[in-house]
Design a protein around this ligand. Structure first.
Ligand code: G1P
Length: 298
């Protein structure tokens, strides 16, 4: 079991403007909850107890979300709104929250480097704050990745998923040592390759387990053409050193919901809203009516 996790949330979220002009993309709602609440619930249900957010300017609402709000609590209690009070149960999640700022936007690798003191000598999880794994974040993949990390004495375990070959330029892509099914060793990685340069269609899916040796590798990475230190390049150095980098393919029922761009944000919202136990059935009827109307007029 791994007890510490790092959640980078410092990015500007430019692909989601204007929605993200003054609020973090990690606070956008997917059905009833903000994205980052699903991420934290997934971490806690997989045994994580310490969570460090790597934040930036205009990200304070994330801190507020995980803090108690005595005034709201009092108002809801005084007006006997028990059902709404229940919605704040997540405030009692058994996790300690820590926050530090990445002072300049120098890429994901640089953000993770801010966690060096927090991680100390122990392995840790990295969970990207704009990705939900599995419907309602009921994923066991992180526990599985932690087991693989120990069993294989790996330096890094990465969650991967298949993407359409034409979309490799949006992701870090891994090169498997063999077939690339289930759990497999990775021999190389490329950040956002064109479909022609991509070594496979297996994309890094926003969850990692690292040994602290990753920090030395990050320090070796040179900034790319945008001045960013890529985490993928640091993992590539692990491969070059002959250290074990292992990928775990996400199971079919634990796909990744990417809240980093509008098409996939819309899709995630609709899928989660349809699965809502209270509002889902009515929403389905509304959607069917809207689609029926659209089909009739086209
Ligand atoms: C980051 C990583 C990339 C990974 C992706 C998953 O890219 O650099 O390797 O595949 O997250 O969401 P970003 O989306 O921050 O550009």
């Amino acid at each position: 079991m791994i007890h510490s996790a790092v959640v980078p949330v410092a990015g500007y979220g430019t692909r989601l403007l204007p929605a993200t002009k003054s609020q973090p993309k990690e606070m956008l709602p997917v059905a009833r909850k903000p994205v980052v609440q699903y991420v934290v619930e997934e971490l806690v249900s997989n045994g994580v107890e310490q969570i460090l957010f790597i934040t930036g300017r205009s990200k304070t609402s994330i801190e507020n979300h995980f803090d108690d709000d005595p005034e709201l609590f009092r108002t809801l209690t005084e007006t006997d709104k028990q059902d709404l009070l229940k919605e704040l149960d997540f405030e009692a999640l058994k996790a300690n929250f820590f926050y530090t700022r990445q002072r300049q936007q120098k890429g994901l690798g640089d953000a993770i480097l801010c966690a060096e003191n927090f991680a100390g000598e122990k392995p840790f999880v990295v969970a990207l704050g704009d990705s939900i794994i599995g419907l309602n974040a009921r994923s066991r993949s992180l526990s599985r990745m932690a087991e693989v990390f120990e069993d294989r004495r790996a330096s890094c375990v990465i969650a991967v998923e298949e993407v359409p070959p034409g979309e490799t330029s949006h992701y870090g892509i891994v090169q498997p040592a063999d077939g690339g099914d289930g759990v497999f060793r990775v021999i190389n990685l490329v950040e956002k390759p064109s479909p022609k340069e991509a070594p496979s269609n297996l994309a890094i899916a926003g969850r990692y387990v690292f040994s602290p040796v990753i920090f030395d590798m990050i320090r070796r990475v040179k900034p790319d053409h945008r001045g960013e230190i890529q985490l993928t390049n640091a993992i590539q150095f692990l491969c070059e050193e002959g250290r074990r980098v292992v990928a775990v393919k996400l199971p079919r029922d634990e796909k990744r919901y990417d809240i980093g761009n509008f098409p996939s944000y819309f899709e995630s919202f609709v899928e989660f809203a349809l699965a809502d136990p209270v509002y889902g059935p009515e929403f389905r009827r509304v959607l069917e009516r809207l689609l029926g109307r659209a089909a009739a007029t086209s």
